[in-house]
Design a protein. Structure first.
Length: 128
C-alpha cells in the first residue's frame, strides 16, 4: 500500500529543498524524522510537516502501523516563480526571482525480510 502526501506552493527554492529530500529517501520513517529534526534548514521543517501528514494519513485512513513505513520517494518539484524588480542605476531594473516548490512524499510498507537462498553454481565438469 502506498500513501502519498503533497504540499504545494512552498516558498523555498527547489534546488535547496532537494538537498534535504535526498537525505531521507529509502529510510524508515523514524530515522527520517530524526534526520529532519536536526537538519538546520528551512526545507527540513517543511518536508518534516509533509512527512508527518503522510504518516497521519497512513495511520488514520489506511490503518497502517507507522513503525513499518518506509519513504519510497521524496520528490521536490518546481512551482510557479514570482517575479519582482529592483531599481538599478541609471533608470534600469534588475530582476528578482522568488522560486516556489511542490513537495511530494510517498510512503510504503517495509518489505518482509525473507531468507535468501544461495544460488546453486554448476561446475563445467558436472555438465559434461
Amino acid at each position: 500500500m502506498e500513501v502519498k502526501s503533497t504540499t504545494k506552493f512552498v516558498r523555498v527554492s527547489p534546488q535547496k529543498a532537494r538537498d534535504v529530500a535526498r537525505e531521507i529517501q529509502g529510510l524508515p520513517v523514524s530515522a527520517a524524522l530524526d534526520i529532519l529534526a536536526f537538519t538546520p534548514k528551512k526545507a527540513a521543517f517543511l518536508i518534516n510537516k509533509t512527512l508527518k501528514t503522510a504518516i497521519a494519513d497512513a495511520e488514520n485512513n489506511f490503518s497502517l502501523n507507522a513503525d513499518d513505513l518506509v519513504i519510497k520517494e521524496a520528490v521536490i518539484g518546481a512551482g510557479p516563480t514570482i517575479k519582482r524588480f529592483q531599481p538599478r542605476a541609471r533608470g534600469s531594473a534588475g530582476g528578482i526571482i522568488k522560486r516556489t516548490s511542490h513537495i511530494f512524499i510517498t510512503l510504503t510498507e517495509a518489505p518482509e525480510t525473507a531468507p535468501k537462498k544461495k544460488p546453486v553454481h554448476v561446475s563445467a565438469k558436472a555438465e559434461a
